[in-house]
Design a protein around this ligand. Sequence first.
Ligand code: 13P
Length: 348
Amino acid sequence: MNAAELQSVAKAMVAKGKGILASDESKGTCNKRFDKLGIPTTEEYRRAYREMLFTTTGLGEYISGAILYDETIRQGTKDGTAFIKVLTDAGIIPGIKLDAGAQALAGSPNEKVTEGLDGLRDRIAEYYQMGARFAKWRAVITIGDGIPTRGCIEANAHALARYAALCQEGGLVPIVEPEVLMDGDHTIERCYQVTEEVLHTVFNQLYIQRVVFEGMILKPSMVISGQDCPQQASIEEVAAATLKCLLNTVPAAVPGIAFLSGGQGNELATAHLNAMNTMAESNKPWALTFSYGRALQQPSMETWRGDDANASAAQKALYHRAKCNGAASTGNYSEEMEKNAEVAIATK
Ligand code: 13P
């Protein structure tokens, strides 16, 4: 492991004004989103969609890295240029999703544990060889009656830490993603409690597995009201609670925190990130940015709809959300940015 190289990649992933494009939907997840829009669920359409995203002019101004799925990292543009080269040429670091998905946790049917550790060392070596320089592993924590259990939190934290240690051994910067789901009617206070316990446990496990904090990125969910909670916390409340939770759990040595969007509205996810950066100003040890999937891609996918004739408008929609989130990562986003945009309609 070369700690200096890991650290320099991790820093580049959270460079000022930039964030990460999560475009690592598995075949199943991508197909589900395509299906809703009437886009054919074939390998060729998934490839064409990613080509549209990755060839967006100027994307590298706001996007530092893109997370790919196994199918995607082996694909390229119609004219045969590998996506890895397209991204690298645009100044975007290619990353790879390494987890094999969340499966039912034995003994607790409503909870999940993420699998994928078997054979991981060899997979990491292959992806590194291909040009990937960072990776992602997502753990899923559900809030509900009597859950999450301690068993679920510990199993997921342990897997995240073993994955992160293997990544660093193989030269990849691990994105450590413990997602506390927004599903449910829980309050923001309950979300705080669970997120705090999860993050404490994850960092304890990362420490036990000797993960170098300087060479990793945390990808958490925000501290937010459950989506069915009648009392929805305001933007300022979400920003304050999330900041407080992170300041209490995430070591200062971690270079950056890149949030997932988790089903929040596109503009709300941007506003939350902006509020945190405005509130914290310089009073935070790490960069706070985005690693959004849906909140970056949704307007673009809805504009594209599988038709090449819409590609240019779809790219504008992606560029616009990347630009807004880039501004939010330095606390410089405003609603005006949405109004002024040529693609404002498409991004609602
Ligand atoms: P969302 O931003 O759509 O939650 O996706 C981020 C991600 O990478 C989920 O693993």
